[in-house]
Write a protein that binds this ligand. Structure first.
Ligand SMILES: [Zn+2]
Length: 286
């Protein structure tokens, strides 16, 4: 995978990229690492780490539309007994268990970034009424035809605003153009007492701190926001959400074998505690 990623990275030119500002403070970041044509920067106010310059939206869509994006990982043509698929099943089982400890099925579960629909199928088998949102046309087509899943193709903001008891997004938040806006969209879709669950690589993990610009998960073409437990909580609060549990152990099924990723669960803050723009947007949408 590492070699393929490097090759993909080298295909991009400066013309495919654009500079961006911190999604919380609207300020340019200070340089941390250079990976031409990309840069990894940190906001000097809120400490959020992000990629700038990064791929433009058009270039990103080209990347996610490549069938090869999902090949070689845990999707597509992998044998069910391959190590990658066994790991995927451990994560799925563990994550459904973590969710179940906070909110038991039956109920409505929405997965954002549902890929090939593996998790949605498992969640459906576990008793959830499932829906997905996915940007990759290849993933959506597979989910609809091979798995008969209800998956919306496109960005979350364009997807229907139907309430869900559980909203989950696995390894997705680091890919989205604006994670603050994404979390606001998540909040809009949370039913009363609903919870959200996510996994994400984190910048304060041991591999990231030791390997720095050689960290295998840095992947600046696709991972454009690098959070820590602290900056995740900060963005969540700005979106009117609160993280209630964070799990980092690679020994837990939900995070099996992952030394640089975390699984977090949270819920909506009461509206009176939410940042101003959230109340305005919620009012405008409903
Ligand atoms: Zn900032």
């Amino acid at each position: 995978m590492a070699t393929e990623d490097m090759l993909m990275e080298h295909r991009w030119q400066a013309g495919d990229t654009e500079p961006v500002c911190c999604c919380v403070c609207d300020l340019p970041g200070e340089p941390l690492y250079s990976r031409p044509p990309f840069g990894v920067v940190r906001c000097r106010v809120c400490r959020l780490v992000f990629v700038s310059p990064r791929l433009t939206e058009t270039a990103l869509q080209r990347l996610y539309d490549q069938p090869a994006y999902f090949e070689g990982g845990v999707y597509g043509t992998q044998s069910p007994r391959s190590p990658a698929m066994m790991l995927q099943r451990a994560w799925t089982t563990g994550r459904l268990r973590e969710i179940g400890a906070h909110r038991a099925p039956p109920g409505r579960l929405l997965e954002i970034g549902s890929g090939y629909g593996l998790f949605l199928t498992a969640a459906s088998d576990a008793g959830w009424q499932v829906r997905g949102v996915e940007l990759s046309r290849t993933g959506v087509e597979h989910s609809r035809t091979a798995r008969q899943l209800d998956v919306f193709c496109g960005q979350l903001a364009q997807a229907p605003v139907d309430p869900a008891d559980v909203v989950c997004f696995w390894d997705t938040l680091e890919h989205v153009p604006d994670p603050l806006e994404f979390l606001r969209q998540v909040r809009l879709r949370l039913a009363p007492e609903g919870i959200f669950a996510l996994s994400i690589p984190y910048f304060s993990s041991l591999p990231s701190r030791i390997l720095r610009s050689k960290w295998w998960t840095l992947k600046p073409e696709q991972h454009i926001w690098h959070l820590t437990p602290a900056t995740l909580q900060l963005i969540a609060a700005r979106a009117g959400l609160v993280i209630t549990s964070v799990l980092t152990s690679p020994l837990r099924f939900a995070n099996a074998g992952r030394t640089d990723s975390l699984v977090a669960i949270g819920r909506a803050l009461p509206l009176t505690h939410a940042a101003g723009p959230v109340e305005t947007e919620k009012g405008a949408v409903q």
